[in-house]
Write a protein that binds this ligand. Structure first.
Ligand code: FMN
Ligand code: SF4
Length: 376
């Protein structure tokens, strides 16, 4: 049953629903959260979401991608991160931070510096050619991940998720398409996994074994020459051996055409749960909880995917932007279908208005209250 608890490391999540990492655009230039962010997370926790994952949180200024992103790259941010964690704990929720370095998937305009990556190969969808990371840069970036995880722990968060999917730096190392190195970090699958392995080990030695550490992985890059499901299964097995506490399964990069991570037009049951083909393959080989994300809109499908062993938990992004209390709604009315129409218009206010919201919901509300607008 989706309303039964599940363990992730040493924490018990009261149900099988997770808020998948969702960039909110609600932070200042240096990554400090604005007051909007804890309010949003509190709403999600009150709305029944068992575990919240923050939007991607940059571990070094050079790894930042979008404006308004949460930061964990410097000690001065810890008290502000603590306010975010406190807001969730006060209402009984749990929160992880998703740690991310964008690697080649950013620009000089966003970071003030040239993008870096495993090899000087542009990522699909991004025109710039990244600077090839030196062995020194690899080592210092591994330490940046560990430093950020330690800050997240010091701020009182319940755990960490590494962003190993969607074409960001960890994914760039894993993928044969973007990793053309001929040293210990490239070539064989074992070598391409080494950067992630070193990040996991460095984090573990800083935060200890009992702090939940999870990874979001791409089951496939959905790109010719990129990661395929067999590679992802191999990575998942290795991650479990390294002591990872759960794996979220997504797929695709922004350059993957119809196979992007945030697919549009999820308007029928057969378009829902579009990464289940990958999560089942990973679930067959690991014992830690497997979390499925991507186009989940109907409780009946989630129930079936759980029963049939496709995943242990279910992560939602856009449905919770439109209905932050969706999990409570499903508890009371399982036949409700999430009202999100998967139009992706919510990205825009994140870039232009200081934070994401459901544009469709806002338009509907304005239509219902025409007088309110005319008073301004
Ligand atoms: C506005 C927005 C921001 C997102 N930001 C992130 C992010 O920071 N990290 C991440 O891993 N995925 C991010 N995603 C992708 C979601 O986590 C999720 O994988 C994807 O939207 C598919 O799930 P859904 O159909 O429930 O929205 C974002 C999606 C949206 C719509
Ligand atoms: S704008 Fe609203 S309806 Fe459209 S994808 Fe975002 S949350 Fe869903």
């Amino acid at each position: 049953m989706p309303f039964e608890p599940v363990e992730i490391g040493n924490i018990i999540v009261p149900n099988r629903f997770m808020r998948s990492a969702t960039w909110e655009g609600m932070c200042e230039e240096d990554g400090k959260p604005t007051p909007k962010l804890p309010v949003l997370y509190r709403k999600l926790a009150e709305g029944g979401t068992g575990l919240i994952v923050t939007g991607y949180t940059y571990i070094h200024p050079r790894g930042k991608q979008m404006i308004g992103t949460l930061g964990a790259w410097s000690d001065h941010l810890v008290p502000f991160l603590a306010q975010v964690a406190d807001a969730v704990h006060k209402v009984g929720g749990s929160i992880f931070s998703q740690l991310m370095h964008a690697g080649a998937q950013t620009s000089q305009r966003a970071t003030g510096d040239a993008p870096i990556g495993p090899s000087p190969v542009p990522s699909p969808f991004y025109s710039g050619i990244p600077e090839k990371m030196s062995a020194e840069q690899i080592k210092s970036t591994v330490l940046d991940f560990a430093g950020a995880a330690a800050r997240i722990k010091a701020a009182g968060f319940d755990g960490v998720q590494l962003h190993g999917a969607h074409g960001y730096l960890i994914n760039q190392f894993l993928s044969p398409m973007t990793n053309r190195r001929d040293d210990n970090y490239g070539g064989s699958a074992r070598n391409r996994f080494r950067f992630l392995e070193e990040v996991v080990s460095a984090i573990r030695s800083d935060v200890g074994d009992d702090f939940p550490l999870t990874v979001k992985l791409s089951g496939s890059d959905n790109l010719e020459g990129g990661i395929r499901i067999d590679d992802a299964v191999e990575s998942a097995v290795r991650l479990e051996e390294l002591g990872i506490d759960a794996i979220e399964v997504s797929a695709g990069t922004s350059g993957s055409g119809d196979g992007v991570p945030v697919r549009k037009r999820i308007n029928s049951l057969d378009r829902e749960g579009y990464n289940a083909v990958y999560s089942i393959r990973i679930k067959e080989k690991v014992n830690v909880p497997v979390i499925l994300v991507g186009g989940l809109r109907s409780f009946s499908l989630i129930e079936r995917l759980l029963e049939e062993g496709y995943a242990d938990m279910f992560a939602l992004s856009r449905p919770l932007i439109r209905e932050p209390d969706l999990v409570n709604i499903w508890r009371d009315n399982p036949s409700h279908r999430a009202t999100c129409i998967s139009c992706n218009l919510c990205f825009r206010p994140g870039m232009k208005e200081g934070g994401i919201y459901c544009v469709v919901e806002k338009k509907l509300a304005e239509r219902k209250e025409p007088d309110k607008g005319s008073q301004n």
